[in-house]
Design a protein around this ligand. Structure first.
Ligand SMILES: Nc1ncnc2c1ncn2[C@@H]1O[C@H](COP(=O)(O)OP(=O)(O)OP(=O)(O)O)[C@@H](O)[C@H]1O
Length: 319
């Protein structure tokens, strides 16, 4: 996979008030993104995510460092550059507000000089994963937030961008629309190898789309890892609930667990015929517990086991 985006020691300073020193909000970040990657860009409010996206899309000029996206310096050759990228800002609308949805699509068709076939093929693809067809004849101001976002994303994909930047594209959307959008993004990536750079405060969105996560903190990159590696390194917590019908079996299991791993459980609670505990996979192997139950002939009436979500992990990092 070839590199599609590189940033070296990228910085951005803003002048907040006249006569005062500028404030550096992006403090020398290095990025390297390959074609077809799906990258989540996460961080707390004010970390600098939108500022980064604005620099990468050529909306604002970096204060320092080097930036190369698809062979372009985004800010200097913006007119040409935008032919190859798509940009979605959750709070902004790119459709003609008081016209029909289709008018914006027709406008972009001529702007990007798409042939009738290219236009039709792309609409066929978009219709497969959204209900765009039903929305085309509606006026934009009649659309709900979710319908508007679907149309905005579809419009940004019309010219087959090589890379799609999404800044809080799923903000305020319900779970059904979010899922539809995530499916569309995954398909765009799968079928057209479109690179995705995606910011969201909803870690589930990042988890459902991205294979790599970059965490920004106060303008610096704190982590940049494949998502599964990140989860293994910083997560690895399993939460288990075991229900048993016999009180004696509970006693036996509690005694055995405490004897073997007394200090290794993150928490351990007994309630009636149920025990609930959390542990880190690096310290305790859940199969040992399953084997013990089997060897003792204990048959639980129910077992629930789940891993910490990305959201839990990130919360843990910032706490
Ligand atoms: N045009 C601007 N002028 C001055 N300061 C700005 C400007 N835009 C952003 N900032 C400041 O830069 C910092 C980073 O803002 P940015 O919007 O990039 O963060 P973010 O990570 O996207 O936050 P959020 O998750 O809240 O959207 C913040 O302290 C913000 O107040």
């Amino acid at each position: 996979m070839k590199e599609i985006l590189t940033a070296k020691n990228l910085t951005k300073e803003y002048f907040i008030s006249a006569g005062k020193e500028p404030v550096q909000v992006i403090k020398g970040i290095n990025l390297s993104i390959k074609e077809g990657e799906k990258v989540g860009y996460a961080g707390l409010n004010g970390a600098g995510k939108s500022t980064t996206i604005k620099m990468l899309t050529g909306l604002i000029k970096p204060t320092g460092g080097e930036l190369d996206v698809l062979g372009f310096k985004p800010f200097s050759l913006r007119k040409k550059y935008v032919e190859y990228i798509g940009v979605i800002f959750g709070q902004r609308n790119q459709l003609f507000w008081d016209l029909k949805v289709e008018d914006s699509f027709q406008f972009n068709k001529s702007l990007y000089k798409l042939s009738d076939k290219e236009y039709k093929d792309k609409l066929d693809f978009l219709n497969e994963y959204t209900d765009l067809d039903n929305l085309m004849q509606k006026r934009v101001l009649q659309l709900s937030l979710g319908q508007k976002m679907k149309c905005n994303i579809a419009l940004s994909l019309l010219h087959s961008p090589k890379i799609l930047f999404l800044d809080e594209a799923t903000i305020g959307l319900d779970i059904i629309v979010k899922n539809e959008i995530k499916k569309l993004l995954n398909e765009v990536n799968r079928q057209f190898n479109t690179t995705l750079l995606f910011t969201s405060h909803d870690m589930k969105d990042i988890e459902d789309v991205c294979e790599r996560i970059i965490i920004l903190e106060k303008g610096k990159i704190l982590h940049d890892l494949p998502l599964n590696e990140f989860k293994k390194l910083y997560g690895g917590t399993k939460n288990v609930k075991i229900s048993l019908t016999e009180r004696a079996d509970i006693d036996k299991l509690v005694f055995w667990c405490e004897d073997k791993w007394k200090n290794d459980f993150m928490d351990f609670n007994r309630e009636e015929n149920t025990i609930k505990f959390s542990f880190n996979e690096t310290k305790i192997n859940f199969f040992d517990i399953m084997n013990m139950l089997k060897n003792e002939g204990i048959r639980p009436s129910d077992i629930e086991i789940n891993s910490d979500s990305l959201e839990d992990i990130i919360r843990g990092i910032y706490q």
